[in-house]
Design a protein around this ligand. Structure first.
Ligand SMILES: Nc1nc2c(ncn2[C@@H]2O[C@H](COP(=O)(O)OP(=O)(O)OP(=O)(O)O)[C@@H](O)[C@H]2O)c(=O)[nH]1
Ligand SMILES: [Mg+2]
Length: 457
């Protein structure tokens, strides 16, 4: 997408986010009277906020989740294509540094060949982005990720498609739909044609060598959805164990089938960056009492955190997501900052905010599945957090350590109101049966705390 256009899209999106925060102010009265429960999902980027919101939808609005299911095909295709692009980029970087590098477009060069073979598939990315009316959000550091406008799925429902007031579908609409269908089936066909080349590329000796030597690693949140590579600090150890995970890339036979419809799990693993604040409404019954709930899913990159503030006042509860697997990673937007340090600082800011002094906080120590795999793989927490020593590098010990650490931050910053509570849970948000039970428990706790504390205000 041209830079100008993407800036325009970003701008209008931010305006929308601003409008939504203004309309949010108007809704506070309802919250104060206790008729509506509002829940704020907070945490750094890629901590799992939107995935948690999808779990809410799956649990409390399954019919809309089902209606929107086909729309996720395009996003997953985009995820796959950008993963392939990232692998190619890494391999090109390696090739350029090689003493045998003979120039960018040598016919015999296997990478050049791979680019040629994959070219038609790669060129579908912009068409898919257009089809879902998405854009790219670029951070200060230049990192780029796809974002979509709130409610984008509604425009891409399989049935019923939108109709004009007269009952007939507009020509524009029909044209857009057929373009979208064409784009999807073309991508699916190209994916089928290219799947062996993609496999070959993922198993390229340089990719294996670099992952084994720790020179590149899979961005951990993407290890299960898309394999995004980046050059990381040389001390990191990660081999192709993670790469062999059930990522979209290792499931191409299924995803390239023309009749493939994303499963619940595919949708939970699909990655779209949130820009601004997305509001979701649910009607939730707790012990036969039905209330309207609003969930605010915020964009977590550093540059977006200022936009959270208008949503603090009057919120019933905060669910803070701390991705505990990130102890050995660094922020995309600030590569010198360890992601766990950023997460703890952010948690400290949230729990000490005067606007949240009466708000209970639910802390999810998320991505515990990835934490477990990293520890089993021998990545040592002490190499990144020296206060962890001399503990055992073991999952239950690590979870207890993080639980204690976050609790200490909470109690240190909690002097303003000691009636406020912190509920801590270790989570794997992509685990559907586990989350079903946990969300139900958390919702019940928030609901009852809400009405108990309403009398305290
Ligand atoms: N393996 C694993 N992956 C997870 C878990 N939670 C989230 N993910 C994946 O992590 C990626 C990022 O999750 P998101 O929910 O998009 O993160 P976010 O906090 O909304 O990020 P922003 O919108 O950028 O603020 C997605 O691809 C999810 O599928 C988890 O517990 N385990
Ligand atoms: Mg998000």
């Amino acid at each position: 997408m041209p830079r100008k256009e993407s800036r325009h899209r970003r701008c209008s999106f931010e305006e929308r986010a601003h409008r939504s925060s203004a309309s949010h102010r108007g809704c506070r009265t309802r919250e104060r009277t206790g008729t509506e429960v509002s829940l704020l999902l907070l945490g750094q980027s890629e901590s799992g906020k939107s995935t948690l919101q999808k779990q809410f939808q799956l649990l409390y609005a399954p019919s809309t989740f089902n209606e929107e299911r086909p729309a996720w095909r395009a996003i997953i295709f985009i995820n796959i294509i950008s993963a392939v692009r990232d692998i190619l980029r890494v391999l090109e970087d390696v090739a350029k540094k090689s003493p045998h590098f003979a120039g960018p477009s040598q016919r015999s060069d296997p990478l050049h060949l791979a680019r040629l073979r994959l070219g038609p598939l790669l060129s579908m990315e912009s068409k898919l982005v257009q089809a879902v009316d998405a854009g790219y959000h670029t951070d200060n550091d230049g990192s780029r990720e796809i974002f979509v406008h709130q409610g984008w799925q509604r425009k891409h429902l399989a049935t019923p498609r939108t109709e004009t007031p007269g009952g007939a579908r507009s020509l524009d609409e029909t044209h857009r739909e057929s373009l979208e269908d064409e784009t999807l089936s073309e991508t699916s066909h190209l994916l089928d044609v290219c799947k062996d080349y993609i496999r070959e590329l993922s198993g390229h000796p340089d990719v294996i060598r670099l992952t084994e030597s720790g020179k590149i690693m899979l961005k951990e949140s993407s290890s299960l959805s898309v394999c995004m590579f980046f050059i990381c600090l040389p001390c990191l150890e990660l081999n192709n164990f993670l790469m062999a995970r059930s990522s979209f890339l290792s499931d191409l036979d299924r995803l390239a089938l023309p009749q493939w419809v994303p499963t619940d799990s595919d949708i939970l693993y699909a990655r779209v960056r949130t820009v601004g604040v997305a509001t979701h409404h649910y009607s939730i019954s707790v012990r036969n009492k039905t209330r309207s709930w609003r969930l605010f899913d915020v964009g977590g990159t550093r540059g977006q955190r200022k936009a959270w503030l208008p949503f603090f006042e009057g919120t019933t509860a905060v669910i803070f997501l701390a991705p505990v697997s990130v102890f050995d990673e660094f922020l995309d937007e600030a590569p010198e900052t360890n992601r766990m340090d950023d997460c703890m600082q952010l948690f400290s800011d949230i729990s000490s905010s005067p606007l949240l002094k009466k708000t209970h906080i639910v802390l999810f120590l998320n991505k515990s599945d990835i934490l477990r795999r990293k520890l089993l793989h021998g990545i040592r927490i002490t190499d990144f957090i020296n206060t962890f020593a001399p503990r055992e590098n073991e999952i239950s010990v690590a979870l207890q350590f993080f639980r204690d650490h976050f609790s200490e931050i909470f109690f240190r910053t909690n002097k303003v109101n000691d009636r406020r509570q912190l509920f801590v849970h270790a989570t794997t948000i992509v685990d559907i049966p586990l989350m079903r039970k946990l969300i139900d428990r958390v919702v019940t706790a928030i609901f009852f705390e809400h009405f108990r504390s309403a009398t305290l205000i």
